[in-house]
Design a protein around this ligand. Structure first.
Ligand code: ATP
Length: 788
């Protein structure tokens, strides 16, 4: 840590003074970003200031520019909105206003500014940077400073963080606050659905998004809506009414008792006429439906940040400080974004320009371009939504010869999102003309009863918001009786298999693939969608259910921390699940601001416990009594066979000499269950569609399969050329994996060989190591070590 500190400081010639501000509309997670900037800045030896009230505060200076100390941001991870305030400031759009801002920054000796806001705020920031040298020149001419005084401040460093609930920034998969707003929307739509079903009503729900349909699109997918209206895909004027009616009627005919339509605030038809929730309602009334409108409004901005926004803002805040320290006057201002699972930097102005061009494209009725300028995932999700809801009328069905029988099985402990993934796979299968078969109660269910249930639209329609596993799951593996499994696969003539599960699912896939020679029926494409809260499936960084689990832990720890605010000095040792994988523990530590995390990867010993004690004492020493709650130590259930949760709590209590009380807290199965988070629902749907496409592609390529034995004789390569193939086509038994910014299918055979620790039931790669280090920076552990 000391070496890294020196390296970072060596990059800058003088002690950096960094200011951080929030601007434009507030969004949940902004406080987590400010906390991360403040602590990472201090960790790297910088002075960090907060600019209160956005650009307004920059212009006013004085008390609006406050130096922040380590303790000032304690507890900020759990707070919604932005505690340093935000504002819209007309004066900053004027050059004289920006000159005033420059004066105030130089007066405090600040020449680096991290701005967390939307495209307007970031445009202002970039303009500020480009004008800076001339503003400084003018300040000298005006006699405000001497040349010598401004010499160290010739350049302004700007780094952008995207704080926006709209998720409208080009080049980044998500923005700070967007998933919190989505979670709020989904929670409320779930509530509305209950009453709508009771009365057999139709609800039109207006969500935020003046120029961006991300919230409406993802809410549509996550809540199983019948129809959505978004600005990037304008509805055909005069025609959308008929399509809307037709879709709602069709879904009613299939068995739905209610209808849900999500309308983005800025929804348009292709002649640029605004489509409001009332317009939509009136069309539904024409159908004779009991239709109502709910405008969700500002409730979407409120509340504490969800787990995703807490880690996103934390990692991005730390990276923003790194960027400040690495930048030279020649480096274009960076914007910190995310692609899949990877924090990335992009040139700020390029991203802002692209973002603004979406609005121009919409104004010019260039809707195809507008939607393409959103990230690739946006287009993919939109197409998935259309395929599974609007076009589920048979029009998208494949020719008879390409239709498949697809098995779906759940294996292992339940995790949230098993049902949403099964639902999405089923709906997509049905719209393509395939027959989805649910294998009931896992492989042992199949072996004992032979039950496979063909799933229909009405069976799965409401599974988007159900935790657990409706079709049943079981820890048993396929090899319990491979012959019987093969018999039932043959009986139903399965052409492909989707497994949803964790390490047991992974193992079953390997067993099925290894049994291909003995049972040729297994020469069908098979895919595993990792679904386990332990996130221990080798080869991937994400498993379905993880986000729901992290949110359950965020809620749980927020509440126990709060409970300690009355009694003051209290420490909780929280035991979390995860098997031999410390992922959940590490991530929980990062997003709850834990003092320490115990994982199987980093063994507990007396030295680490001593360090924790020092850190706790340090923490309580600086506790000023306001804004503080209980302190957390997060222990993975398998972190040590000796230092149990109870023993740790006892050691710490004994050593605290009465300075603070210690309690244990074990959330247990709360972590596995619950309603799937909106993020898990959307990812479930995305993976499910991708996996059905994977099975289709392999069946297409393997047209040379012997109809009876299913042995692969030849395949078609990507150019459509017929190629001889080996009997075991390893690539056709794969796991859908995310690694950094890449999503891919990895063959199980290779994963097993190269990336699996069979004994510990996890991957060899500890992909969250960096996050543990960041957690240690922000808890002050590395600082303490450096001091020692
Ligand atoms: P949201 O996405 O919530 O609307 P935003 O950052 O885009 O956030 P804006 O109101 O557009 O919100 O901008 C916030 C502030 O940024 C403005 O009040 C203004 O002070 C500054 N700002 C915006 N655009 C510019 C610009 N072109 N030049 C200078 N300053 C600007």
């Amino acid at each position: 840590a000391v070496k890294q500190l020196k390296n970072s400081l060596a990059l800058s010639s003088k002690k950096k003074k960094i200011a951080v501000m929030t601007s434009g509309g507030d969004s949940p997670g902004m406080n987590a970003a400010v906390r991360a900037v403040v602590r990472a800045g201090i960790h790297y030896g910088c002075d960090v200031y907060a600019v209160y009230e956005g650009y307004e505060g920059l212009l006013r200076g004085g008390k609006y520019l406050r130096q922040m100390h380590w303790e000032d941001v304690r507890g900020w991870l759990s707070e919604g909105g932005t505690l340093i305030g935000t504002a819209r400031c007309k004066e900053f759009r004027e050059r004289w206003g920006r000159k005033q801002g420059a004066y105030n920054l130089i007066s405090e000796g600040i020449d680096a500014l991290i701005v967390c806001g939307g495209d307007g705020s970031l445009t202002g920031a970039d303009l500020f940077r480009s004008e800076w040298p001339s503003l400084v020149e003018e300040l000298v001419q005006d006699g405000k400073f001497t040349i010598e005084q401004v010499e160290p401040y010739r350049n302004l460093t700007i780094v952008g963080l995207i704080g926006s609930i709209d998720n409208d920034m080009a080049g980044s998969d998500s923005t700070i606050g967007a998933f919190s707003a989505l979670a709020r929307i989904c929670e409320l739509v779930d509530y509305i659905d209950e009453t709508a079903k009771s009365h057999s009503r139709a609800f039109v729900i207006e969500v935020m998004g003046r120029h961006c349909g991300w919230l409406a699109l993802l809410a549509g997918i996550a809540t199983g809506a019948d129809y959505i209206f978004i600005p990037e895909r304008a509805a055909p004027k005069g025609k959308w009414q008929e399509e809307l009616k037709e879709v709602c009627q069709r879904h009613r005919a299939k068995g739905r008792r209610n209808n849900t339509v999500i309308v983005a605030e800025g929804a348009l038809d292709d002649e640029l006429n605004h489509i409001g929730a009332e317009d939509v309602k009136n069309v539904l009334l024409e159908l004779g439906l009991d239709a109502k409108v709910t405008i969700l409004g500002h409730v979407q901005r409120g509340g504490t940040a969800v787990a995703h926004d807490r880690w996103l803002a934390t990692l991005q805040g730390v990276d923003a400080v790194n960027a400040v320290l690495e930048m030279t006057p020649e480096t274009p201002s960076p914007l910190i974004g995310i692609l899949e699972n990877k924090i990335i930097r992009k040139p700020l102005m390029e991203s802002v320009k692209l973002t603004k061009s979406v609005a121009t494209d919409i104004e010019n009725k260039n809707f195809d371009k507008a939607i393409m300028l959103r990230d690739t995932e946006f287009v993919e999700l939109y197409e998935n939504f259309v395929a599974t809801t609007i076009k589920d009328d048979g029009s998208e069905m494949l020719p008879e010869a390409q239709r498949l029988n697809i098995g779906i099985v759940h294996v292992g402990a339940p995790s949230a999102a098993l049902n949403p993934a099964t639902r999405a796979a089923t709906l997509y299968c049905l719209s393509r003309g395939h027959r989805p078969f649910a294998i009931l109660n896992g492989f042992s269910g199949l072996i004992q009863t032979g039950q496979m249930q063909e799933l229909a639209w009405a069976d799965v329609e409401s599974w988007h918001s159900l935790g657990g596993s409706v079709i049943g799951t079981n820890r048993s593996l396929a090899d319990e009786d491979m012959g019987t499994v093969a018999y039932y696969f043959q009986k139903k003539k399965l052409d492909g298999l989707i497994i949803l599960g964790g390490f047991e699912g992974f193992k079953s896939l390997k067993q099925l693939r290894d049994s291909r020679e003995q049972y040729p029926i297994f020469n069908i494409p098979m895919v595993l969608i990792p679904a386990t809260i332990s996130n221990n499936v080798p080869g991937t960084e994400y498993s379905l259910g993880v986000d729901t689990c992290l949110n359950a832990l965020v809620k749980y720890t927020d509440e126990i921390k709060q409970s300690a605010s009355a009694s003051r000095r209290r420490v909780f040792v929280v035991e979390v699940q995860g098997g031999h994988s410390g992922y959940i523990a590490s991530f929980t530590g990062l997003i709850t601001g834990a003092v320490s995390v115990y994982t199987p990867e980093d063994k507990i010993n007396l030295a680490t416990i001593k360090e924790d004690l020092e850190l706790l004492c340090e923490n309580f020493r600086h506790d000023r009594g306001e804004n503080h709650n209980g302190k957390l130590l997060i222990r993975n259930e398998q972190a040590s066979s000796l230092y149990s949760t109870e023993l740790l709590a006892n050691i710490i209590a004994e050593s605290s000499k009465g300075k603070f009380g210690v309690r244990t807290a074990i959330p247990g199965h709360v972590q596995q269950g619950g309603i799937p988070s909106s993020k898990d629902r959307v990812i479930a749907s995305r993976y499910a569609v991708k996996c059905v496409n994977f099975l289709e592609d392999w069946n297409e390529r393997n047209k040379g399969v012997d109809a009876d034995t299913k042995v692969l004789r030849f395949k078609y390569d990507i150019h459509g050329e017929k190629r001889p193939t080996v009997q075991h086509e390893d690539d056709s038994a794969a796991v859908i994996c995310v690694n950094g910014s890449k999503l891919s299918f990895k063959p199980i055979a290779e994963l097993w060989e190269n990336e699996t620790n069979v004994k510990l039931r996890k991957g060899e790669d500890i992909h969250w190591k960096e996050f543990t280090r960041i957690g240690d920076i922000l808890s002050g552990r590395l600082r303490l070590r450096a001091e020692v």
